[in-house]
Write a protein that binds this ligand. Structure first.
Ligand code: GDP
Length: 465
């Protein structure tokens, strides 16, 4: 994308399709004269003008509001014109085309995805974490995620990162100053209690990292794979968790031949659940392909739900499946159809509830996809494996990129700490690790971000944002 051009840009800002209103947005460094000419009157800043949208040939294409926001007090920091008309694809397209034709003289062109927000970033209206929050707010799939995205957009996350940066910068200034006076190096660490300060910053960073991890779960969700033999109730369980029919349920073994991905929410956390073809030996080519895909999904899973028939908990074929599951991925062993167990099924279904302190990996839960018994326990377990602490709400949304940058910063702080604890005190190495830690934090808010990464981040936005 033409990342840093300042050509005037235009796009339909409302979602494609029909709607009550449709908004066209134009941004450019100097739009005032053009906007006045387009609208046939002098537009007052931030004032809603009700007017006809006239085609260059004279006929009225639509009527609606024109709003002019002079830079720098606009979304992009440039001059921005918004035309709010009726939300029909044909009428919006016609107004857009007419604007483009009449804007040829000033170099007006269609905006790339995310280009409005990118300009807001480049013009210091938003930092990078806030710009990302714009996209996250638009894409939020639950109220909790939307609320947290809004917190990031208003700068809550950036403020935490800036506060950490600030403390590291102070320490850096002390070290850098000392490096200029080698005779003071000897007692630098003691004199400025560098090790203690470093520990305090690291502890603060750990806190931010914890919240960021929660925020990442809220944004990205958890990839759960439902695995098991045919007919144990994988599709039924998926339906029960999703609350609607998404997979075909039949009593004939081997119906789920391809994967079905369903997104459900538990406490606002998105779970992407993949139902897999039943794992068994088969001569059917199509089914075999399905089973191969199942194993590929299982290899990528963050959590595996290994579903078994509660009536045959020791089926040797299940032992075979367990043997093939990837080491290191948490596995929840779920015994389904407890309603079919003769006697005491309620008691058994509830068994999972009283062992909250069991380790996350290789747990066993009894459920019934048919009656719903045990599903609450299953949901709670899934959340815990996702790293979600029930009852807490992440105050801001974070991305994997942010968590990685925080982890990198932490790593550098720990290395700096190591240098500080050596008796020969290699101060320049200490200073270098602090610099790298600072740089990692700056990547989050965008002070040190490569053009490639910026292009990548903004290209994922929708058009018109
Ligand atoms: P899959 O092949 O593993 O996806 O299994 P299905 O979800 O298609 O279920 C196979 C059969 O078991 C269907 O007839 C379901 O109605 C039945 N079934 C699934 N879960 C339960 C359960 O909890 N209790 C009972 N009684 N039947 C179930």
């Amino acid at each position: 994308m033409s990342a840093f051009s300042s050509d005037p840009i235009i796009a339909i800002a409302t979602a494609p399709g029909r709607g009550g209103i449709g908004v066209i947005r134009v941004s450019g460094p100097d739009l005032r004269a053009w906007a006045d000419a387009l609208c046939g009157q002098a537009l007052r800043p931030r004032h809603a003008h009700y007017l006809p949208f006239r085609h260059r040939d004279g006929d009225v294409m639509d009527e609606g509001l024109a709003l002019f926001f002079p830079g720098p007090h606009s979304y992009t920091g440039e001059d921005v014109l918004e035309l709010q008309g009726h939300g029909g694809p044909a009428v919006l397209r016609r107004v857009l085309d007419d604007c483009l034709a009449r804007g040829a003289g000033i170099g007006l062109r269609l905006a790339q995805p995310g280009e409005f927000t990118q300009r807001a970033f480049l013009n210091d209206r938003l930092d990078l974490a806030q710009a990302e929050a714009v996209a996250d707010l638009i894409e939020a799939s639950s109220t909790a995620a939307a609320r947290s995205a809004m917190a990031s957009l208003s700068g809550a996350f950036s403020a935490e990162v800036d506060a950490l940066s600030e403390r590291i910068v102070q320490l850096r200034m002390l070290v850098e100053a000392t490096l200029d006076f080698p005779e003071e190096e000897i007692d630098f660490l003691e004199k400025y209690q560098a090790a203690e300060r470093l520990d305090t910053v690291t502890a603060a960073l750990d806190g931010v990292l914890r919240t960021a991890r929660q925020g990442m779960v809220l944004r990205e969700g958890l990839h759960v794979v439902l695995a098991g033999q045919p007919n144990v109730g994988k599709s039924s369980l998926l339906n029960a968790l999703a609350g609607e029919d998404v997979a075909i349920v039949t009593p004939i073994a081997g119906t789920t031949r391809d994967r079905v991905i369903q997104q459900i929410h538990i406490d606002g956390i998105p779970l992407h659940i993949v139902d897999t073809a039943g794992l068994r030996d088969t001569d059917d080519t199509v089914e075999r392909i399905g089973i191969e895909r199942s194993w590929a999904e299982i290899a990528r899973a963050q959590v595996i739900l290994h579903l078994q028939d509660a009536r045959h908990p020791d089926d040797p074929l299940d032992a075979e499946i367990v043997r093939r599951l990837p080491a290191g991925t948490p596995v929840l062993r779920v015994l389904n159809k407890v309603d079919l167990l003769s006697g005491g099924s309620d008691l058994r279904a509830a068994r999972g509830a009283d062992d909250q302190d069991m380790p996350a990996a290789s747990e066993e839960i009894q459920v019934s996809a048919r009656t719903g018994a045990g599903l609450d326990v299953l949901r709670a377990r899934l959340l815990r494996i996702a790293g979600w602490t029930p009852g807490t709400e992440s105050p801001w949304l974070a991305r994997e990129r942010h968590v990685q940058a925080l982890e990198a910063a932490r790593e550098h702080l720990l290395l700096a700490r190591e240098h500080a604890s050596h008796s020969d005190q290699v101060l320049d190495l200490f200073a270098e690790e602090l610099r790298l830690a600072h740089e990692s934090l700056c990547e989050i808010t965008g002070q040190f971000t490569s053009d490639d990464l910026l292009g990548e981040i903004f290209s994922r936005f929708c058009i018109g944002k």
